[in-house]
Design a protein around this ligand. Structure first.
Ligand code: FAD
Length: 370
């Protein structure tokens, strides 16, 4: 009899424990394939630090290709473009069709393009995180020895604030880098005013020009236009205007939640097709919407790993119960951070050191086996 086949679509943060546990799946008599468009997966929590030059690419990425092969799975360096749930097949960008008995999706979310035309070459979406490194290299090359070198960030959420701070850090010293941040409303509008005030003060001290209540209405490729009529020149603009779900699920006719992600119940399985599972930004958790932050993807890991094995074996599934609130530490680029978990906030070097320690410990867990 053919071995049952598990397909992991996307090697994101919620699949990392399953990747570590691959030998258990293989020893239990199952076949596993991992489908991901790149051999490396970048850890988003360290993305701004990668942009600022605090981290090297090697410090912030996992070799998910090597992890897959070392665990006994097949690694397919491709993107899924369609799911055919009735015939249990996944279609890749090259047209290959992969049969599955159980499949799990962890393909993240898409960023950008909401308020600004991203078709211009010099508008960078802040995800995938690999974009940030490409942009850093280009900026380092171009800004060296040049005069004025304006950079713009669009979006005043946590990602936009971190990116602006990282760019200010990248531009420290003699370069003519000037950073502007345009936010539709106030920056960090989802956070208490004291967090926002702290971030504004820090950004001002880093030389970042913050324009609040300033929706971007146009883009010429070298200038952003604001609703106020003001123009912001840029050599590179970073689009941090929020996340949207990938089109894969809707295009495949799968049940999606209110935010457009694959609908999953407390077992992290799709109610319509219980052989489909998912975690991270790409799912809508049926009991309540979860913030699109990596913390939830990371916490889903053990439940997803155990439920994928249980589903193949036909044994009972476990429930995921998300935490009510989560810790956020903003990396402010200069070795300081803003630490916030309702209702506590503090800022300074200790906040960044704490974040750096957590992030490095997370990296070690998944980098060393590869
Ligand atoms: C600048 C920035 C900083 C952030 N900082 C933090 C932070 O400090 N803490 C925090 O909790 N959250 C942070 N976030 C949010 C965080 O990025 C996301 O919540 C997190 O990446 C979600 O993880 P994921 O595993 O769902 O998706 P991802 O990390 O995006 O992983 C998805 C994987 O799937 C692959 N993939 C995509 N499409 C397909 C496809 N069609 N077929 C196959 N594979 C595919 C991708 O290549 C990728 O490897 C930050 C976000 C940004 C933009």
């Amino acid at each position: 009899m053919a071995k049952k086949h598990l397909v992991l679509v996307g090697a994101g943060h919620a699949h990392l424990e399953t990747l570590l546990a691959l030998p258990r799946f293989i020893e239990a008599g199952f076949r596993v394939s991992v489908l991901n468009p790149f051999q490396h997966q970048y850890y988003s929590g360290m993305g701004p630090g990668l942009l600022s030059g605090t981290y090297t690419p090697g410090e912030v990425r996992f070799d998910v290709g090597a992890m897959s092969l070392a665990g006994g799975a097949e690694f397919i360096e491709e993107r899924a473009v369609r799911v055919l749930p009735e015939s249990r097949r996944i279609v890749t960008a090259s047209g290959r069709e992969i049969d599955y008995d159980v499949a799990s999706f962890n393909i993240g979310s898409e960023v950008g393009g909401r308020t600004v035309d991203g078709s211009f070459e010099r508008v960078v979406a802040v995800k995938p995180v690999r974009n940030l490194y490409t942009a850093r290299c280009r900026i380092e090359e171009e800004a060296a020895g040049s005069g004025e070198y304006p950079l713009a960030v669009i979006g005043g959420g946590a990602a936009g604030v971190e990116i602006a701070a990282a760019l200010a850090r990248l531009g420290r010293g003699a370069r003519g880098i000037r950073v502007s941040l345009a936010s539709r409303g106030t920056i960090l509008g989802a956070f208490p005013p004291r967090v926002r005030r702290k971030a504004l003060k820090k950004l001002a001290s880093l030389g970042v020009r913050v324009l609040e209540e300033s929706p971007v209405t146009g883009n010429t490729g070298g200038e952003l236009f604001l609703a106020s009529g003001q123009a912001i020149p840029f050599r590179w603009a970073f689009d941090a205007t929020g996340t949207r779900p990938p089109g894969l699920f809707r295009d495949s006719g799968l049940t999606v939640g209110a935010e457009g992600g694959l609908l999953v119940d407390t077992d992290l399985k799709n109610p319509q097709y219980p052989e489909l599972f998912g975690g991270g930004d790409c799912v809508d958790f049926a009991p309540r919407p979860l913030p699109k932050v990596g913390v939830y993807a990371v916490r889903q890991n053990p439940v997803l790993r155990d439920n994928l094995l249980a589903s193949l074996e036909g044994t009972p599934l476990k429930s995921f119960s998300p935490q009510r609130s989560h810790l956020l530490i903003l990396n402010m680029g200069d070795g300081t951070g803003i630490w916030y978990r309702r209702p506590v906030m503090f800022a300074g070097p200790a906040a960044f050191r704490f974040k750096d320690r957590i992030d490095r410990a997370f990296m070690r867990r998944y980098q060393e086996p590869a």
